[in-house]
Design a protein around this ligand. Structure first.
Ligand code: PLP
Length: 448
């Protein structure tokens, strides 16, 4: 009876939508015409009216193995009955250790140490703090400057918005952290429109980092943080050779390189991490989302031996890092993550993004020539369709296409500005990919 009670609350339209202030949403517009998802399985959601919605965004770039996967459901159910919570400050439980070892096997290079958080934003702020503290631990406490990139999205903490490069996420909230600078972004529709995979032009933009060094001096720079592929800014794919060049410059000057892989991690582009797909190993990787297949909040920061070991120099009884969250290494999240990694491995899902990449690429580029489409970008199982904005109403056209696709095409997409971004679960089959692009073609014609 209790289960029925909560089940009903979770699947029926609520009587009032007033109290919940929705994040990153046009609350008044949404509440006038809500889109409410009630259940999910595999590639599909169902909304509160019982309509089936094909998930072309893996939730919010996080449900990489699709929804309600049996192993994960079972592991979480079992864990809550066994150990609901355990502190991790000067105490712990087995699962965070088991999980960290498993994760360290997946990470590139010598990124063998894992710091747990609860979200991408927390992972980013943790990584930035650790990078600064690492230099201090090595006797270079003057290295505090952080370099981000225009159009970067690194979550919404004060650290993340400071290094981030999306004006709306910054301008409302004051000046942010001092001592931050930004590389230019690499989106260049003029030269690279309709690139398939990595765009040809733009490697020279990596030289911005040399300019930052010339301006600020390397001795003041702690870290550079970039997304291998910017996701939330509308899917910006790195130009050929760009990430390699950034790595070289960081090596030359002893700058910590952080890859924010909150989206590109866990199979999205055909390897455990983008670092491996691109053949570029950073010093720190930030992750979240796909680590638990989105079902329980969790994030992680992966750190090189050199960074970790720099903190282990004091007396054994000294706390090595004054940082952490009540829920770092939460047993429920660890259980979900372990079952998620098993699901990825059993179904060889990281390889799937590579296997499907060609089909995905043909499908998305078939939308070229539809009204207002000014660029199409893809890599792994990520794609974006950029539309010409309606005069005086930036974002409106893509938003209309998103709403049309949802109501008429039974398709969940994601919109930022005038970009429609796509990232289906890695279990997608060709028939799902076909349906995604059919529904989108309709939506693009309808919102012309
Ligand atoms: N970093 C990147 C690259 C992201 O894409 C996101 C979320 O989309 C974040 C950080 C923030 O993650 P969260 O929303 O879990 O805080």
């Amino acid at each position: 009876a209790l289960a029925d009670h909560y089940g009903q609350l979770a699947t029926q339209a609520p009587t009032s939508l007033d109290a919940f202030w929705m994040p990153f949403s046009a609350n008044r517009q949404f509440k006038a015409a809500p889109r409410l998802l009630a259940s999910a399985s595999g590639m599909y959601y169902k909304d509160v009216e019982g309509r089936e919605i094909l998930d072309a965004t893996a939730g919010l770039w996080c449900c990489n193995a699709g929804h309600a996967r049996p192993r994960i459901v079972e592991a979480v159910r079992k864990q809550i009955e066994t150990l609901d919570f355990a502190p991790n400050f000067q105490m712990s439980s087995p699962l965070p250790f088991v999980l960290a070892e498993r994760l360290a096997e997946l990470t590139p290079g010598n990124l063998n140490h894992v710091f747990f958080t609860n979200s991408g934003s927390e992972s980013v702020d943790s990584a930035l703090k650790i990078a600064i503290a690492y230099h201090r631990a090595r006797g270079e406490g003057q290295r505090t400057r952080l370099i981000g990139r225009e159009k970067g999205y690194h979550g919404v903490g004060f650290g993340g918005i400071s290094v981030g490069g999306l004006p709306n996420n910054r301008k409302w909230f004051g000046p942010g952290l001092p001592g931050v600078d930004h590389l230019r972004h690499t989106l260049d529709i003029g030269r690279n429109a309709f690139s398939k995979g990595l765009p040809e032009y733009g490697i020279e933009l990596a030289e911005d980092l040399e300019r930052m060094v010339a301006l600020h001096d390397a001795s003041t720079i702690a870290a550079v943080i970039i997304e291998p592929i910017s996701g939330s800014a509308g899917v910006v794919i790195p130009p050929q050779g760009y990430l390699q060049r950034i790595r070289e410059i960081c090596d030359k000057y002893g700058i910590v390189l952080i890859f924010d892989e909150v989206i590109t991690g866990f199979g999205r582009i055909g390897d455990a991490f983008g670092a491996q797909r691109f053949g570029v190993t950073p010093d720190i990787i930030t992750a979240a989302k796909g680590i638990t297949n989105g079902c329980i909040p969790m994030g992680a920061v992966f750190l090189s031996d050199a960074i970790h070991d720099a903190f282990m120099q004091g007396p054994d009884n000294a706390i090595d890092l004054f940082h952490g969250y009540t829920y770092s290494g939460h047993p429920m999240a660890c259980a979900a993550a372990l079952a998620t990694l098993d699901t990825y491995a059993e179904e060889n899902l990281f390889q799937r993004a590579r296997d499907l990449e060609g089909y995905w690429q043909s499908g998305i580029h078939s939308l070229r020539g539809l009204p207002n489409v000014i660029d199409i970008r893809n890599y792994g199982l990520i794609g974006a369709i950029e539309l010409a904005p309606r005069p005086g109403a930036p974002g409106a056209r893509a938003y209309d296409a998103f709403v049309h696709a949802f109501h008429h095409g039974g398709l969940l997409t994601r919109v930022t500005g005038d970009v429609i971004a796509l990232s289906p679960p890695l279990i997608a089959e060709k028939k799902h990919i076909d349906r995604i692009f059919e529904a989108l073609a309709d939506a693009l014609r309808a919102s012309a």
